[in-house]
Design a protein around this ligand. Structure first.
Ligand code: CMP
Length: 140
C-alpha cells in the first residue's frame, strides 16, 4: 500500500475544549504519523481562501466565522492510505451520521463545529499542505 500524506485541521471547537492530545492519540494509535503540526489563529482572508470551494454554499460565511473564532491546529499526517484512513477516523461531516468511535461522533458539537477537517483526495491534500506548510517544516 502507498505511503501518503494528508492535511488535517483540529478546529476551534476542539482546541477550545483542550482536545488536541486526545485527537492526536487517535491518529497515532491508528497508524498515522504527525509529520508537521502548528497551532495558528487563521485570518479571515486565509479561511476564506482555504474554503473557497464552498463559497457559493449557504453555510460559507458561517463556516469562515467559525474557523476564525479561535486557534486551530494544522497538521500533516502520513501513513498508508492516509487520506482515506483519516476520513475513516474522522467519520461523517455531520456528527449525527458519524459511526461510533469516530472523532466526530466522540467530540463534534454540530455539522459546523465538527472538530476536524481532513483532505478529501491526494490531489487536494497536496494543495492544502502547501497552503499552510513549507517543505522544510514537514519532517517524516
Ligand atoms: P470540512 O471537512 O472542514 O469542510 C467544509 C465544512 O463546512 C465541513 O467540514 C463542515 O464543518 C462545514 N459545514 C457547515 N455546514 C455544512 C453543511 N450543511 N454541509 C456540509 N458542510 C457543512
Amino acid at each position: 500500500m502507498a505511503i501518503e500524506r494528508t492535511f488535517s485541521i483540529i478546529k476551534p471547537d476542539a482546541t477550545r475544549r483542550n482536545l488536541t492530545g486526545r485527537i492526536n492519540a487517535i491518529f497515532e494509535e491508528n497508524g498515522l504519523r504527525i509529520v508537521a503540526q502548528k497551532r495558528i489563529w487563521m485570518s479571515r482572508a486565509q479561511a476564506k481562501e482555504f474554503y473557497k470551494v464552498h463559497k457559493d454554499r449557504p453555510f460559507y460565511n458561517d463556516l469562515v466565522d467559525f474557523m476564525v473564532s479561535g486557534p486551530v491546529v494544522v497538521q500533516v499526517l502520513e501513513g498508508e492510505n492516509a487520506v482515506a484512513k483519516n476520513r475513516e477516523l474522522m467519520g461523517a461531516t455531520n456528527p449525527a451520521n458519524a459511526a461510533p468511535g469516530t472523532i466526530r461522533k466522540l467530540f463534534a458539537e454540530s455539522i459546523e463545529a465538527n472538530s476536524v477537517h481532513g483532505s478529501d483526495s491526494p490531489e487536494n491534500a497536496a494543495i492544502e499542505i502547501a497552503y499552510f506548510f513549507a517543505g522544510c517544516e514537514i519532517v517524516g
